[in-house]
Structure formats: C-alpha cells, structure tokens
Design a protein around this ligand. Sequence first.
Ligand SMILES: *Cc1c(COP(=O)(O)O)cnc(C)c1O
Length: 380
Amino acid sequence: MEKKIPLSTPTIHGEELQFVQEAFDRNWVAPLGFNCDGFETETQQYLNRDGRWPVHALALCSGTAAIHLAVKLAGVKPGDPVLCSDLTFAATVNPVTYEGGVPVFVDSEPDTWNMDPEALELAFQRHPGARVVVMAHLFGTPGKMDELLAVCQKHGAVLIEDAAEAFAADYRGRPCGTFGEYGILSFNGNKIITTSGGGMLLCRDRGDRDKALFWATQAREKEIWYEHREIGYNYRMSNVVAGIGRGQLLHLEEHRGRKEAIYRRYQAGLTELPVTMNPWLPDTRPNFWLSCLTMDPDWGLDPMEVVRKLGAENVEARPIWKPMHLQPIFRDRDFVKVRERSVGEDIFSRGICLPSDIKMTPQEQDRVIELLKKIIRREA
Ligand SMILES: *Cc1c(COP(=O)(O)O)cnc(C)c1O
C-alpha cells in the first residue's frame, strides 16, 4: 500500500515548542497566562494589520465554545428563531440549541457555497421575529458579506460569523471573522493552523469580550468567596495550548500560500475532467483550507463512490458537509430556499473534499490527480 495522503493534518514547525517551553520554564502551564494574552493580542494584530478592523479576542477551548458564547452574547432565548447556514458543519448550529434557540436553515448560493442573501431575506419574511443570524464561510471561501450584512441591518439582526474554516481569508480586503458583531475561529487539528484543539471569540465591543470571559471562567463574581449569580462554563484555553497557537500564528500566511498552491495545482490538473473546483468571488482572498470539486450535474457518479475508491488507494477524501436540513436531528426545523432545487443539496450530491494537507508533495498530489482521472472517467 502506498503512503497515506491525508485530508488535512497539523503542520508543526518549531516555534510552538519554544512558547510551550517558556510556559514550562516559568512553571506556568496553568491556569491562564502570558501565552493566552500573547495569542489573543497577536491574533488581534493579525486581523487588524491595516488598522481598520479592531476586534477584542478571547482564547477558548474550542470554536464550538466560542459560538456558544456568541449565541449567549447575542441574547438568544428559548424558542427564538435563529437563521443559520444550512451547508456547514453541525458545530455552527449546535450551540444555538444549547441556549434553546430554534435553528432555521438558510440555503446556499452557487457562487461561494455560503448563505444566500436572497434566501436570508426570505427567511426574515417567514420568521419576522428572528434577531440573530449565524453564517459560516465554508472551506475557507468568504461569503457574500456586503449583501448578507445589508439584509441583517435591514432587519436589525446581529450577525455571528463562523470563520472556523476561514482564518486568513479576506473579503474585499477585510478579514473573515471581523464582519459580524461576533466572529469565531477554530484551531482544531485539521484547520489551517491548530493548537491541537481550541478556538477564539472575536468581539467588536470590549464589554462583550469581558462578559464572555466571565461566563468562560465559571461566572465567578468579584467577591473573595465563590459567589455566583449566573451559570458559568469552563471554556478557557490553557497557557500551554496557547503557546502552540502563538507558534502556529507565525506560519499562518505560509500555510495559506501552500493551501492556495494545492488548489491551483488541482485546478490545472483536472481541466479535462467534467468537474469544477469550489468557486469563489474574484475580489476575495480565500484561505483555500480545503480544495473541493463538484462533478458536472449529468455525470451521474456518486461522490461516496469516489471517496470510497480513493480510500481504497490510501487517499483520504471526504464528502461535502451534509446539509443541516437533511440531518435527522433537525428534521422538524424550517428550511428556506429560493431555488427549486436546494443549492446545498445539489453540492452535497455532486461534491467531494480533496486531500489538502500542506505537507503533500507535488508528486503525491499528482498521484491523487491521476487517480481522480481514472475514477471519474470510470476507468477504475
Ligand atoms: C471546525 C468547525 C467548527 C468547530 O470548531 P471546534 O474548534 O472543532 O469546536 C465550527 N464551525 C465550522 C464551520 C467548523 O468547520
């Protein structure tokens, strides 16, 4: 069997260990400390590199925890409708339900695969009480932010921007994660940079960040004894984990560049096939976290079959996220679309995520491309 070609795994460099070592040397592995502070400040500086997009960052134990705190900050109460991306990972939506919110799923548009502004408008008409929107930038491709923000503003709604997959992606020069009242990043093991596991909440308002910090540290009131007036959580990132993040952050742009090279190599290598790479808008800068393709509508090949055949050759591909409105757990929730056929369902029925690990050599990627040619032409 040839060497495994993985979908996306951590790429560690060396500086990570220096920051972690410092935590050990200072006997400061817990609780919070200088690496958490440093990681937050350096993330803020990265996002605000041209001085226009200031945010207040809070390092947390996962991206999911960050979404949960954003949902709380947005004031979601039991029974409230919350308009959510449909084509995404379940972690975008699950935290809405932790607060008793009722997700309403909004279809994707075909130009970026993200939340369709027209479908969002229709969702507000169907759910006039909705005050919170949770949108995700899928696979590192920025959504149509100008249009989405305009719809949110029109309806006085708060935007929570799930940029878990889109750290280092920009829309018209503005970093993903800085558009919403709240943004979130993930440093899970397969993301563009990783801390082994972790996340970041990005707030426009300093007071919001302070409130989230309070909830994330057990909602302990400022008394000498343990005084609690609210339910709290244990959601903070440790000083060791944050050290890994600081080291990774030094390589974020480099990772993005390597991801883009992988995408472009697939694009060049697959031109003769009846496939299209995942699309993006010309005035955006995706981070190309995962390279994806869709097979032409009439091609009739099941993507699960392609994933299985690649797997048999030790090449790890994955299906596109299965839309939330098709998930058994969300069967009873409303789904809003503006086209006859759901765009998300269509992408799911024809698409796959390709190996996008930045340690993949050009030779290894060529092996994937040759295999894809055979499988998609039904020669293997
Ligand atoms: C990975 C991911 C998350 C969750 O992040 P964790 O850090 O794993 O909790 C949320 N949303 C999307 C779209 C993701 O891809």
